[in-house]
Design a protein around this ligand. Structure first.
Ligand code: MTE
Ligand code: MO
Length: 433
């Protein structure tokens, strides 16, 4: 229960941040700010000039105005920004995701229901069944450890709604900014080894999960969420049933003691508090499997459109994306010195071919050094440095490209009713002095 306590955080103010006008991103979006003001008053509010103002696209307010400081913390998840406390949803500020391997206390939390309490991993069981399962079998965690090969992989999990806060008209749901992403190391067994052990009939189409969390309504007949993946994704060598995260127990909020990890797809396919898997002879029909949940229009629609469910498709691989994790947005910097920039980039089932940086609102781009992934479906790190010609307000924008040449849009892409798949460039603010 203690992980649900929300308490005041006192230690979060960064002394190196400069004082821009502080706004509440929920009530006063960047866009509204610009509509009301314009470049001249943005400059006045910043208290400094914007040397590249001529390149600032219409409708873009300086990103520093979106910065907010957190008031509350979840125990064991200090520094995360809480979006909702029932169910608990909390995202990680970009500069706290600087580690190559996301530490347990920095992994975001996305709960659809209430996590199980008083979990005893020693008597936890995982039941495997479904129409397309030959021999339904029940495993303890010890059984999994004894019967199957153990595997450790670094795997990226991103919520399908990460970036939702930027859609206009607003999409309902948690207003994630950039922090519903993490890439920890998971240890467990391959899902395919367990499925093969139980036997898969030739008509198998999908693997669905059930977890031990409960519906917020208190109705025990309802599942908070029960999603899954097509059989081909389930059989990939990186799809795993994990009992450890970074060599420790999985944190309670992230699915202790057992979870599914099918990386590169919306985080919602990676079931937490995993206690049942079903091999289905049809697309799994669990809670939040069907449109509009985790689905987008199969053709582009005008912002604000009503989209019939039959025109929606289930989201599979996530799009190319990147995040600047150093420096923290809002720092001050001597303009005569180089500023190191680093972060991560990922592309769903795909790989990253390059990450580019702009300091002039996208007018010009410079390549960065991009490292290779520690394994398939792990993010890749990028690093470079930038320099500024004169003092003033600048933004660093990052833009990644995947191995088939798709790159991130500079503006929010493809409006959709539930606000999924926003992979617009990440922007940070820097004051050069
Ligand atoms: N049982 C269960 N599994 C779940 C969820 C949930 O609410 N219950 N949330 C899903 C969603 S929408 C996401 S994005 C990821 C989040 O994983 P995390 O909380 O460990 O970051 O878990 C997925 N698995
Ligand atoms: Mo999610």
């Amino acid at each position: 229960m203690k992980t649900r306590n929300i308490s005041r955080d006192k230690g979060r103010e960064n002394p190196h941040r400069f004082e821009g006008r502080k706004t509440n991103p929920v009530t006063d979006s960047r866009r509204n700010f610009l509509k009301k003001t314009g470049i001249a008053s943005a400059t006045a509010a910043l208290g400094m000039t914007i040397p590249y103002a001529r390149f600032l696209p219409a409708g873009f307010a300086p990103t520093t105005f979106a910065a907010e400081s957190a008031m509350d913390v979840i125990e064991g998840k200090e520094g995360l920004i809480i979006l909702n406390d029932r169910p608990v949803n909390a995202e990680t500020p970009a500069h706290l995701l600087d580690d190559n391997i996301t530490p347990n206390h920095r992994m975001f939390v996305r709960n659809n229901g209430l996590p199980p309490i008083d979990v005893n991993p020693d008597n936890w069981t995982l039941e495997v069944g479904g129409e397309s399962c030959v021999t339904p079998t029940k495993f303890t965690i010890q059984d999994l450890k004894e019967r199957f090969e153990e595997i450790t992989l670094q795997l990226q999990l991103e919520c399908g709604g990460n970036g939702r806060s930027e859609f206009v008209p607003a999409a309902s749901g948690n207003q994630w900014t950039t922090g519903a992403i993490g890439c920890p190391e998971f240890t467990g067994v391959r899902l395919r080894d367990v499925l093969n052990y139980c036997g898969i009939t030739t008509d198998a189409q999908y693997v669905g999960y059930y977890g031990a969390d409960t519906h917020t309504s208190g109705n025990t007949e309802l599942d908070p969420i029960s999603r899954g993946v097509p059989i081909a994704k389930a059989m990939e060598r990186e799809s795993i049933i994990a009992w450890a995260m970074n060599g420790e127990d999985i944190p309670e909020q992230n699915g202790f003691p057992l979870r599914l990890v099918c990386a590169g797809w919306p985080g919602s396919v990676s079931g937490k508090w995993l206690n049942r898997l079903v091999i289905r002879n049809q697309v799994h029909d669990g809670e939040k499997m069907s449109a509009p949940s985790y689905s987008v229009p199969h053709l582009n629609v005008a912002p604000g459109s009503r989209v019939p469910n039959e025109d929606m498709r289930i989201i599979e691989s996530m799009p190319v994306k990147s995040l600047i994790t150093f420096p923290e947005s809002g720092i001050s910097q001597d303009y005569r010195q180089r500023l190191t920039i680093r972060g991560h980039a990922w592309a769903g089932d795909d790989q990253i071919s390059g990450v580019f940086l702009s300091t002039d609102f996208g007018a010009t781009w410079l390549p960065t050094a991009v490292g290779s992934a520690s394994n398939r479906l792990a993010w890749q790190n990028f690093e470079s440095w930038v320099q500024f010609p004169e003092p003033g307000y600048y933004e660093i924008w990052a833009r990644a490209m995947d191995s088939v040449g798709r790159s991130q849009p500079m503006v929010v892409p493809g409006w959709n009713p539930r606000g999924y798949l926003n992979n617009a460039c990440h922007r940070i603010a820097v004051q050069a002095t």
